[in-house]
Design a binder for this molecule. Structure first.
Ligand code: ASP
Length: 228
């Protein structure tokens, strides 16, 4: 498997006429581009394995063998959100960045939702759903149950509210996440920023691992909803 999927997405953007490649064709393209690949066991973590076993058990589905090359079983640290039983089922890493020339970039990488069906595509790689960037309006990276983010085109919708309705970024983000996504029954959140340097995040889950940093400023790192 490709070690750095966002680097592969960038290679697709820069070195092919396409916007999106998937599955075997994407892996072949990655090989041609000389991107680093690793055996699937590289991505194995005890915590994710335990949550997969738990979810498959809950659904009454068979538990597969521990993958070849995985380390020996060890006790699981579920991470702060699960430890405090504030539920969090997602494994996304997302980032939005602005450079000094006013270029916004967004990237999102995920293992998807736990116990998803083989072949399922989430929102993270779909531009406008889980990831979006546009120098005229904003950049967004999302985490959550991707099906809702795809239905609502969350990321491009937030930027459209900023660009065409003149909403402040935080207002647009809250409208889409707190009002619209919540009304649909979706769960998750986003990080976002504008070319003017406005930064926002919004989520309707008890917590979201998140951080922000501006040039010359102090980094801010938070997990729960009640921290700022
Ligand atoms: N949004 C991802 C998906 O639905 C899950 C995640 O947040 O990690 O695939």
């Amino acid at each position: 498997s490709v070690r750095h999927p966002i680097s592969l997405a960038r290679a697709v953007m820069e070195h092919s006429p396409h916007v999106m490649l998937q599955g075997e064709g994407a892996e072949t393209f990655a090989g041609e581009q000389g991107l680093e690949t690793v055996p699937p066991a590289f991505f194995f973590t005890e915590r994710r394995w335990a949550s997969l076993e738990g979810e498959l058990g809950r659904l009454g589905l068979p538990i597969p063998h521990r993958p070849e090359g995985a380390p020996d079983p060890e006790p699981v640290d579920e991470g702060a959100l699960l430890r405090d039983s504030r539920e969090h089922r997602f494994g996304t890493v997302g980032v939005v960045a602005l450079d000094t020339d006013g270029n916004i970039a967004a990237g999102t990488s995920t293992g998807g939702t736990t116990a998803k069906r083989w072949g399922r595509v989430g929102d993270s790689p779909i531009l406008g759903a889980g990831t979006y960037a546009n120098n005229e309006s904003c950049g967004v990276s999302a985490t959550g149950t991707g099906e809702y983010f795809i239905r609502l085109t969350v990321a491009s919708r937030i930027c459209a509210l900023v660009e065409f309705e003149g909403l402040a970024l935080q207002t647009a983000a809250d409208r889409v996440i707190q009002d619209e996504l919540t009304a649909m029954g979706g769960d998750g959140g986003i990080v976002a920023l504008t070319p003017g340097g406005e930064i926002a995040w919004s989520f309707n889950t008890p917590g979201m691992y998140r951080a922000r940093l501006s040039a010359g400023g102090e980094p801010l790192v938070a997990i729960y909803g009640d921290e700022e």
